[in-house]
Design a protein around this ligand. Structure first.
Ligand code: HEM
Length: 169
């Protein structure tokens, strides 16, 4: 009597597991999504304290966290690739990596500007990061995500976060 019940529970667990995989395949909870969430948190914290020179060391640590996650994200694959025709996928991925390289260079410029106490260069780098983020999301994130977050006015300023990203902080 106990065995059929145990089998039923195992089956239920498998169904739950597969339901989770479906969500994963759509982007949320994917390895890239997780890296992006970390980047969002780090960028949000950097943006808040950037002008405060008494927080220079923690700002640099947050920028390092942003960079580490960007470098990891570069090696992952956007969920949207599944919607790209097979013959265009290699080009899509090469462009994705190039955009991520641009972002990493901009993050490095931000770190240098913080180290050298240059507020104007800091703001310029932050603006570039925000623009790269916004443009890249239009190109590499799935349509649903673009619509849900890119219309937020917050995201259009200096790499600030969309309302969805703020919720995640
Ligand atoms: C500092 C800059 C960036 C931040 C803070 C950031 C943040 C985020 C966040 C929080 C998400 C998940 C929430 C959502 O989908 O709205 C996300 C998703 C995504 N981002 Fe970014 N992002 C940045 C730059 C980039 C760049 C440069 C690219 C591409 C070169 C990119 C590609 C993507 C993709 C493809 C997704 C969807 C994840 C998936 O396909 O599974 N992001 N980003």
């Amino acid at each position: 009597m106990i065995r059929p019940l145990a089998n039923a529970m195992t089956a239920a667990a498998l169904i739950l597991c597969c339901a989770h995989s479906t969500t994963f395949a759509e982007g949320d909870g994917s390895p890239l999504h997780d890296k992006m969430e970390q980047m969002g948190k780090a960028l949000h914290a950097v943006t808040k304290q950037l002008g405060d020179s008494s927080k220079k060391e923690t700002t640099l640590a947050l920028i390092a966290k942003l960079r580490t996650n960007a470098a990891a994200a570069r090696e992952l694959t956007p969920t949207k690739v599944k919607t790209i025709p097979e013959k265009n996928r290699a080009e899509f991925m090469a462009d994705y990596k190039a955009a991520m390289d641009d972002l990493i260079s901009q993050i490095d410029r931000l770190a240098i500007a913080v180290k050298e106490n240059k507020p104007e260069a800091q703001q310029a780098a932050l603006k570039e990061i925000g623009e790269t983020k916004q443009d890249s999301h239009v190109t590499y994130r799935s349509k649903q995500k673009e619509h849900s977050t890119e219309s937020s006015p917050g995201e259009k300023r200096n790499g600030e976060h969309s309302s969805k990203e703020r919720e995640d902080d």
